[in-house]
Design a protein around this ligand. Structure first.
Ligand code: 5GP
Length: 227
């Protein structure tokens, strides 16, 4: 090899020392999950409003969950990375409005956020720290005004029954992405619109089409419960 060849080879080797291959985040995509409080409360009966008061009649956040393309998901990935409320003190009032807890007994919400961070958030710690995890999730919530999308399509939380396909169509038309819908049953065995899942890329910031489409856990007609 001539002098020029050696120079190029050395340059490439030198660069190789400093350019690492893209890091595997340890999961394939996120589910961003919103919950309808009317269904949670109607089904659980024993739902409790947070200490800050009755949440708005709007979709709240359930969580941002790292997932694998085969449908499985990692959980509780780092017991050493405990939830630390002091890291999210600037976000608490927004979390109370957009990520309210409905579990009993009434509490401020920290238990729910702690659970979501420790079970799901720690599995994406290669991509974002605690503050970023909550900040990104809140930002995703701001990008889809689900209630407005549904009511704009005549689908309202009035205890009426709607077609699953109409709900999905309205959301797809407004956001560009097909959601996954999850139902639960109230004590009278009515299936109710409970959770809406969107898929998000591994940076936790961009919506994507879901790499896998789980079976709908809803019948063809479902109730949109009042709250
Ligand atoms: P995950 O579905 O994220 O694995 O677990 C949800 C956990 O958070 C449950 O243990 C549940 O009791 C608790 N939790 C607290 N508040 C809420 C809420 O408003 N909605 C839901 N779905 N779970 C809540």
């Amino acid at each position: 090899m001539g002098g020029k060849g050696w120079f190029l080879l050395k340059l490439l080797m030198f660069q190789g020392l400093f350019t690492s291959p893209p890091q595997d985040p340890g999961f394939d995509f996120f589910y961003f999950v919103l919950q309808w409080p009317g269904a949670y409360c109607d089904t659980k009966r024993a739902c409790c409003y947070p200490t800050s008061g009755k949440p708005a009649a709007d979709f709240g956040i359930h969580g941002l969950w790292p997932n694998y393309k085969d449908g499985s998901y990692p959980s509780n990935c780092d017991p050493d990375n405990e939830f630390d409320p002091s890291e999210i003190s600037d976000l608490v009032s927004t979390l109370q409005t957009k990520w309210p807890t409905l579990s009993c007994p009434s509490n401020e919400g920290f238990k729910f956020w702690e659970h979501e961070w420790e079970k799901h958030g720690t599995c994406s710690e290669s991509v974002m720290d605690q503050h970023k995890y909550f900040e990104n999730t809140l930002a995703l919530r701001d990008r889809v005004n689900l209630l407005q999308i549904l009511t704009g399509a005549g689908i309202e939380p009035n205890d009426e029954f709607y077609k699953l396909k109409d709900i999905k169509k309205a959301i797809k038309e407004a956001t560009g992405f097909t959601p996954v819908i999850n139902c639960n049953k109230d004590p009278e065995k009515n299936s109710q619109l409970h959770e809406i899942f969107f898929c998000v890329d591994t940076s936790g910031t961009e919506f994507i089409e879901c790499p896998i489409i789980p079976r709908d856990r809803c019948p063809s007609h479902l109730q949109f419960a009042k709250f």
